[in-house]
Design a protein around this ligand. Sequence first.
Ligand SMILES: [Zn+2]
Length: 233
Amino acid sequence: MPVPILVYHQIAIPPARRAPFRSMAVHPHAFRRQMRLLKRIGFQGLSLREALPYVNGRKTGKVVAITFDDSYANVHENALPVLRECGFTATNFVVANQIGGRNEWDLPLGVAPSPCMDLAQLRDWIAAGNEVGSHTMDHARLPELSTEAAWNQIFLSRMTLEDTIQCEVSAFCFPYGDQLPVHRDLAVEAGYSVATTTSRRRAMKLDDPFGLPRLTIRRNDTWLHFLRKCLVG
Ligand SMILES: [Zn+2]
């Protein structure tokens, strides 16, 4: 059975109309409704690490993988309690140089500053059974970098996160979903087990584990949109 891998960014009250990337903030109430809906229809929400056996067919069951990009502090504040309440786990893709920092990469695009989880919040996240993955050192656009600089973004972020948080980091997420074939190979060489992109469908057994598709959940997704993404992809 194909596994939907959901992507969220901020779980927060969306910014004013016309703000850039406004659709990337899902209201905390909407997030709670979505998680409760999954639970009610018998789905288990899992981190990528725990969902992987279902993607590659070693286990069967109704599961949804839940991922958060960019490690916003509002995910700690607004999503973690809901995940706990539902008995779900999730993966948080962290920008290694912004632990306790903010979304510096978004500011030139006019996006409002928003804090990233600090070390204590990341430790909380892990202690609740959740996973931390890497989203590079600086939220880099990899195709614009030399191979050496891309390697540093991919490999050093894993080392830095493992050192800082003291847990294994085995999932990688390409910023902006941007990757060339060489970046896939670098992610393999850097020791990750999986990498995600942003192609929009559910993940299947024959998918390349270093190019797993994901489904972005947006601010204005109704429960029907949400359900359709989970059930049909
Ligand atoms: Zn990102």
